[in-house]
Design a protein around this ligand. Structure first.
Ligand code: UDP
Length: 489
């Protein structure tokens, strides 16, 4: 009697940031739904992001394990308790974090040694460049997960290869990013300091160089998007950049029940029922949702302008304000005098963490003011919600171009400066105008109908037989073949 080959076992090691850990858990759920055993490796303070939603996760496939390894904060010179990008308050801290990340190689090896059944594939973040060699030690493929889309990855590659920003004389002069399928223009102000001045910190350059090298040597790349969303860039990434790629998203759509949507990420600052009750009381497409993700800061002055703009737009709104935005100040100082009373019933303010996908997926929500983090953008797309784009840093200015110029499902607010903290650059009058253009004017209706088409495409992609479903199953098949070959079958 032949023995049944053991189930495929995939180990995930995401970067310690909400925008990487949240989609990783969704990806693990998608693999589990195909009867693949999955293990997620993380550090103590990041573990609840996985463990909490898994408590109520009713397994449709084999269990998702979480392996917790110590985080070497002290060794890297970081204060105790700093284990996530969210905690960084300076560039120096992120450099120390990279140092700490390098020290995670040995604990990762130990996890793989302990794996039972043995691991068959390691999916690790790009900023963990040692992962390709670690996987090679165990004779298993390493896949990279960037947390971004083919469009942004192609733009980043164009900057590395052609350095188009070097040929312009002013920071506010638009220039074309060369050799891309579309004519995309940007200014140097919208690039980070390092790229702008061609003097990246040497440690960053070193890590990025090694990350790129390890990506090129890796087995391939998992991308959280779907082919029909960015076909030219999916082809470009595969054919021109030469990456073997599987687009398996939008991964957030694996959360079909309200409870699963509610539990994504951190503990919500609002009760699920209270949130749904508030949204249920509003007409379809009458609420604009405002959220800048898990890392972007907003200055007090800019918060004031947003409050005035929202009030003047006369639209219902849900506005998420991260606690660190307040710098410990009382809310009275955040808002113009009397703002909360005047907008009572019209506005729902969530201080802290919002159940974003639950909110975006509600029919009352008809617009999304977003910082263009890739997850938020794709979640908005998956829910058919048109956007006001307000990029701050990272690759967000690139993603804004995808949304406003290629997909044409958003209107830019007019953000011009790359900075993790949104200073007071956009005035309340402009916020009011852009919100009204999206929510009440003819232009907004056209954008909405395009957004709805994308929503349907996104859902089709993930359903049985759809493009992402097919790419995921073919990846699983390929990994199973690798396993059989390495077992000498
Ligand atoms: N998110 C959330 N509630 C919040 C803030 C963020 O659920 O209050 C989630 C959001 O749904 C997304 C992730 O956190 O999945 C943020 O990732 P993104 O790439 O959009 O932005 P980042 O935080 O990395 O800038």
């Amino acid at each position: 009697m032949g023995t049944e080959p053991q189930r495929l076992h995939v180990v995930f090691f995401p970067l310690m940031a909400a925008g990487h850990m949240i989609p990783t858990l969704d990806i693990a759920k998608l693999f589990a739904a195909h009867h693949v055993k999955t293990t997620i490796v993380t550090t103590p303070l990041n573990a609840p992001t996985f463990l909490k939603p898994l408590q109520s996760y009713t397994n449709i496939g084999p269990p998702i394990d979480v392996q917790v390894i110590p985080f070497p904060a002290k060794e890297a010179g970081l204060p105790e308790g700093v284990e996530n990008f969210e905690h960084f308050t300076s560039d120096e801290m992120s450099l120390k974090f990279l140092k700490a990340a390098e020290l995670l190689e040995e604990p990762l090896i130990q996890v793989l040694e302990r794996c039972n059944p043995k691991a068959d594939c390691l999916v690790a973040d790009m900023l963990l460049p040692f992962a390709t060699e670690v996987a090679a030690k165990f004779d298993i493929p390493r896949l990279v997960f960037h947390g971004s889309c083919c469009f942004a990855l192609s733009v980043m590659d164009a900057f590395i290869k052609y350095q188009p920003h070097k040929d312009v004389s002013n920071d506010d002069e638009e220039f074309v990013i060369p050799h891309l399928p579309h004519e995309i223009k940007i200014t140097r102000m919208q690039l980070n300091e390092g790229v702008k001045q061609n003097k990246q910190d040497t440690m960053w350059m070193d890590v990025l160089g090694r990350a790129l090298e390890s990506e090129i040597k890796s087995y391939g790349v998992i991308v959280n998007s779907f082919y029909e969303l960015e076909p030219e860039y999916a082809d470009f990434y595969r054919k021109v950049m030469g990456r073997k790629t599987w687009q398996i998203g939008p991964v957030s759509l694996c959360n079909r029940e309200n409870e699963a949507k509610f539990q994504r990420g951190k503990d919500s600052s609002i009760d699920e029922n209270a949130c749904l009750k508030w949204l249920d009381s509003k007409k379809p497409n009458s609420v604009i949702y405002v959220c800048f993700g898990s890392l972007t800061e907003v200055s007090l002055l800019q918060l004031h302008e947003i409050a005035k703009g929202l009030e003047a737009s006369e639209q219902n709104f849900v506005w998420v304000i991260r606690r660190s935005n307040t710098n410990g100040e009382e809310t009275e100082d955040i808002f113009p005098k009397g703002f909360e009373e005047r907008t009572k019933g019209k506005g729902l303010i969530i201080r802290g963490w919002a159940p974003q996908v639950l909110i975006l997926d509600h029919e009352a929500v008809g617009g999304f003011v977003t910082h263009c983090g890739w997850n938020s953008t794709l979640e908005g797309i998956s829910c058919g919600v048109p956007m006001v784009t307000w990029p701050a840093f990272a690759e967000q200015f690139y993603i804004e171009k995808l949304v406003t110029e290629i997909l044409k499902t958003g209107i830019p607010v007019g953000s011009k400066h790359w900075n993790r903290t949104i200073e007071c650059n956009v005035k309340w009058e402009d916020i009011k105008e852009v919100v009204r253009r999206l929510m009440v004017e003819e232009e907004g209706m056209e954008i909405r109908s395009r957004a709805l088409k994308l929503k349907n495409m996104a859902r089709k992609a993930i359903d049985e037989g759809g493009s992402s479903y097919v790419e995921l199953t073919s990846l699983i098949q390929e990994l199973s073949n690798c396993k059989l070959n390495s077992n000498g079958f």
